[in-house]
Design a binder for this molecule. Structure first.
Ligand code: TLP
Length: 347
């Protein structure tokens, strides 16, 4: 019998649940560019309600949500302040610059997922013909690069206050905002109350096969709808995807604590391996980062390769760092089996 692969590379690998597949098969659909897909309309309204904003826009991916948000907040030559390890700066193929002519101003992100307020304040441009005008601040929550650290509401509120005092907008890349809210034990709408716009993903930990939602004011979403059309994201009978999104939003957003417990257990197990430097206490959501110590017996890529042979997949970020992400399809017994495979590779 084939041994099931334990895929910890990302929560993007999640398969849709049976309930999602049924909802997709039965979804009522229409032409969404005409605003006539009832299932999309329901998803957008429900997403806006859950995040405490006026309106929502269904987009193909987190990358598209962030891009459309930046294009809707900024014009060509405007500047966006964002984290130097944020997904938008690192992993979205430079889209805001390539397609929007928006100038990124990256600032160092601390281990707690924040960018110091003073650094943000100092980065906001004064009026000067030489400078690109600052238009937008973007935060990420949970902060993926910092082991999925949830960023607390008090900090989000403080950045919102700073942005608004300078006439700037605040966008939040909340790809894993429900993981953050679960870890912080707070209401997701409260957590993003200070944000003018938020992208969150229905795929990833929420298990939908495709899709993210961008939320904000009515006026902002009307602009974003036009920007989504510009980047070719106006989809037609896309209620088949929104139907899975509604299950994701309704059912899957409330069970994430289990993934967080599994991630913590994995981190605790990995901390027993002398080649690894990892503080399990820092793992508060579903992302585990392992740093290889200077005297590690193998590099990260070799470890990932040897684990693959044992049916366990992790991501070697480079030769010093391994990432493992828990999700709905990973149960506690999978964590124990994954740890056993690690111990076999590094006995
Ligand atoms: N992240 C993916 C990879 O692209 C790295 C992953 O496996 O974690 N914001 C954040 C914080 C993300 O982690 C991601 C995806 C996105 C945005 C983009 O979402 P998609 O993949 O839907 O475009």
């Amino acid at each position: 019998m084939a041994v099931e692969t334990i895929d910890l590379r990302s929560d993007t690998v999640t398969q849709p649940t049976e309930e999602m597949r049924r909802a997709m098969a039965e979804a009522a659909v229409g032409d969404d560019v005409f605003g006539e897909d009832p299932t999309v309309n329901r998803l957008e309204a429900e997403a806006a309600r859950r995040l405490g904003k006026e309106a929502g826009l269904f987009v193909a991916s987190g990358t598209m949500g962030n891009l459309v948000a930046v294009l809707s907040h900024c014009g060509r030559g405007d500047e966006i302040i964002l984290g130097n390890t944020s997904h938008t700066f690192m992993y979205e193929a430079g889209g805001v610059a390539a397609l929007g002519g928006v100038h990124p101003h990256p600032l160092p992100v601390l281990e707690d997922g924040t960018i110091p307020l003073e650094a943000i304040r100092a980065a906001i441009r004064a009026e000067n013909i030489h400078y690109p005008p600052t238009r937008l601040i973007a935060l990420e929550n949970a902060q993926g690069s910092m082991t999925g650290t949830p960023v607390p509401k008090a900090y989000m509120d403080a950045v919102g206050e700073l942005a608004h005092a300078h006439g700037l907008a605040l966008h939040v890349d909340g790809a894993r905002i429900f993981n953050a809210a679960t870890a912080l034990d707070c209401d997701v709408a409260d957590l993003v109350a200070a944000a003018d716009s938020v992208t969150f993903c229905l795929s990833k930990g929420l298990c939908a096969p495709v899709g993210s939602v961008l939320v904000g004011s009515q006026e902002f979403i009307a602009r974003a709808r036009r920007m989504r059309k510009i980047v070719g994201g106006g989809m037609r009978q896309v209620g088949v995807l929104a139907a899975a999104g509604l299950v994701a939003l309704g059912k899957m957003s409330t069970r994430l604590a289990e993934d967080h417990r599994n991630a913590r257990r994995l981190a605790e197990g990995l901390a027993q391996i002398p080649d690894f430097a990892i503080d399990p206490q820092r793992v508060r959501t579903n992302i585990v980062y392992v740093t290889l110590g200077g005297n590690a017996r193998m590099g990260a890529r070799a470890i990932a390769g040897a684990l693959t042979e044992r049916g366990v997949r992790v991501l070697a970020m480079d030769d010093q760092h391994i990432r493992a992400v828990t999700h709905y399809w990973i149960r506690s017994e999978h964590i124990e089996r994954a740890l056993q495979a690690f111990h076999e590779v590094l006995p």
